[in-house]
Design a protein around this ligand. Sequence first.
Ligand code: ATP
Ligand code: MG
Length: 723
Amino acid sequence: MDVSHLLDGLNDHQRQVVSAAPCSQLVLAGAGSGKTRVLVHRIAWLMQVEQISSHAILAVTFTNKAATEMRGRIEKLLGSNIRTMWIGTFHGLAHRLLRAHYLDAKLPEGFQILDAEDQLRMVKRVIRAMNLDEKQWPARQACWYINGKKDEGLRPQHIDHFNDPQAKVQLDIYRNYQQACDLAGLVDFAELLLRAHELLRDNEHLLRHYQNRFGNILVDEFQDTNGIQYAWLRLLAGAHGNLMIVGDDDQSIYGWRGARVENIQQFLQDFPSAETVRLEQNYRSTGTILNAANALIANNSGRLGKDLWTDGKEGEPISVYAAFNELDEARFVAGVLKQWLNDGNALSDAAILYRSNAQSRVLEEAMLQAQLPYRIYGGQRFFERQEIKDALAYLRLISNRDDDAAFERVVNTPARGIGDRTVGLIRSHARDEGCTLWQACRHLLSLNGLAGRAAKAVEGFLLLIQELDDTVDDLQLHAQTERVIHGSGLMAMYQAEKGEKAETRVENLKELVSATRTFVAPEDAESMLPLDAFLSHAALEAGESQADEFDDAVQMMTLHSAKGLEFPLVFMVGVEEGMFPSQMSSEEPGRLEEERRLCYVGMTRAMQQLYICHAESRRIYGRENFQRPSRFLREVPDQYQREIRMKAQVSRAPTHQPSRFSQEPQRFAETGLKLGQRVLHKKFGEGTVLNYEGSGEQSRVQVNFDMVGTKWLVAAYANLQGL
Ligand code: ATP
Ligand code: MG
């Protein structure tokens, strides 16, 4: 058999890794050295040369997008289909295991996944039920605590509060939250990992089965695995499995979320026979970009040590632009992009990278003004949109009545006369009885515990869900979805709303029906009801996919989400002290080094041209700040930089800035606000009005706040001040 195509286009070190006899190995190598490529070729080699079945291979990637890409590349190399292979993210794979063995995992068959927003709501509810002061115990912090503990593999009973009153309350919140989730059959993201680990740890027969099955496990971006993920891998590999990990300690950027770069050293201890291979040739970037990135990262201590070189072109110096302010910065970027496009290049070959999502607004407006299509990774994605989450919540309730998060979301959407007071009664009954909200409704109704009108409304809601369930029972998934969208009244509700946004919502609901029509359940989901398979898919994909994936558009994303990707043209913006490195991290050496690694990740995304921009003045929290260039710029030797001078003085527009709405400012009757107008909110600071809906007391306004992102506010209470 000719297998030369599996080694073509690889250098000697890469070939060594790809063609080794089955074994454990570590590929420790810098950015752009072909780690991901090697992983793909290795899998193809194992199958074609070692005759290992695709069934016996497990591959872990960092995002679903990377998993899809990897599958495609392997299939291309093999010339055949590998649908049965387990390739996915840690979360996706853990979910697959839990579905297959829900009984052993002590989960109900129709368990649902809680996304971050749902989790926050649940935690809020728990904090309220405990009669705690929500200001003193912010739900966000509690989520952080709970997820952190789960990432370390800790259940409440493993945690000692040492009689510290603060710690005790935190622990109680964790315990009560977990109880509520278990009762409702809900699993948050961190729980997926923890439970999948416990499932294997506590079920000898399952562990043995999977250890025998997955003789070869391969992991990309290993430097960003957390404690529980590594524990799971180690368990699964067992004493005889082959574990191949590829990673780069210089690109470890999720320490703040529990990732442990020490897992690399731990791996070498746990798998003493593993060979370490270093790849040192970079195939991605020009010599200049590479040297500059190398010089920057050399400022970090405690590195595992790697040299990267390239025999590619030296390329042009890095262009550094000192903007007058953030508007000037954004217009500069748009100007370069226009030129790029005029020169016959594709916009999708260019990326704008920023430190925090809040920076995107000004850039978006500049793109709109310059009529450059753009696409935001990590923005509001399809499955996270309000109307889609509403529809999914109905579907979830049909699948599992005990899903409290879904219940809360739609019990009064569309409005059916179940007010806050009634929901409050239901909640407190559920709390007293230790049951779910659905069960609480049934108790209360049978005890006549609700006043006449409320009782009727609640009864109507229960009946509606029951009826929907009955009528969709033997329909196909897309027909089910369509029936539910209409039968629930959601479609009519959004159709009755006015404005462009409402139209988009109706379009999105229709799009959801199409999505269910084209949905193909993964192989592992065969035993699942199509509805459950789709709901899980929606929860796991929410973080990534976007509707307009195929347009030629500039890619905009945070530095964190740029990991693993590459683009011919890259802009890094806001490279200023206090922004990047961020204020908090510049005071702590460990965190400063993580920021520097993030800068290294950003620079090494660029293949041909890199622009670094900083502004001399920037509005932060509505206040004008004088900014200094980031220390990271000083750490890049001058010889690799070229300063761009074409500074046009751009002053701030006095009342409202040019925006996507500036041609036709619509006035929002009740409040006198205009779309596109800048406003000030007491708590959230400055923002831009994006949209509004409803009228009278119900009317809500959507504002994109500079610091906290997009929010919907009740206009009557928001107290927005026009600027
Ligand atoms: P990162 O650390 O950013 O994830 P990586 O080490 O995974 O990077 P790849 O993305 O696999 O690197 O490879 C970087 C680029 O170099 C890709 O475009 C890849 O196709 C190319 N490449 C890798 N190895 C070779 C080679 N031997 N010859 C030519 N091109 C190569
Ligand atoms: Mg890679």
